[in-house]
Ligand binder design. Sequence first.
Ligand code: PXL
Length: 277
Amino acid sequence: MQKKIAAVHDISGFGRCSLTTAIAVLSACGHQCCPVPSAVLSAHTAYEGITYRDLTEDLPAYVHSFETLGLRFDAIYSGYLSSGRQIEQVVRLAENCAAERCITLIDPVMGDNGKPYTVAQNASFIGDMRELCRHADVITPNTTEVAMLLGENPRSFSEDRAGIENAMRRLAALGPRDIIVTGLHENGRIGAAYFCAATDQSGFCFAGEVPAYFPGTGDLFASVLLGVLLRDGQSLQSSTCQAVEFIHDCAQYTLEQGTPPIDGVQFECLLDHLIKQ
Ligand code: PXL
């Protein structure tokens, strides 16, 4: 049976991220991605002079319509959200529209490179996101978001393996079963750590680091991870490593193509890697 995913993210007209990425990647993996837009932007927030329409007011009726249709999803997947009221609607989807063995994957999008995004500059939003993670099976924070979820200073967060292991255990105590921390650097390589609280297994996956910063790779990572996890028999370790490798391949390809890093990684030409697996 094909898997259905409710994906709650913004849609940004330019700059590859959020729903644009999720729909493409999850479709390439063979799943049906059903968008639940949290906002409509002309381009993602790293660009200047963009338009931004928040859809907080629309979400309750949108989710109600999914309930009325009796939809049952194999995954509830959230990314960029702009308010506590949006977070409530993600919880509502997880409570009312989940199929049996549904995976709730929360990417707690709140910041990067030690800096909170504008939406996450108040403590109540961070608290609401922490509460959302309590409902998650899987969370995929970067190191900035790990610190924010744990109430620590993102600028002074330690990235060594022992520190990450310890942080993942503390995040699991908030509720989620699987923790994946993205954007880790080690000896000129970049990758992710995973921890499964149910089996107490953890590990790290790294690939060569490409010398550029591409916005939106966190969304690409979480989408690939979910796409692969939803395939029967794929372990957390294998899904994490496949996502790390795919992002690396896209970043390498984009560097060779020479497009502006702010436009994100060119994943489109590499989607066949996900289709064939
Ligand atoms: O990639 C995360 C993300 C998602 N959506 C929007 C963003 C960002 C990061 O900047 O601006 C609109």
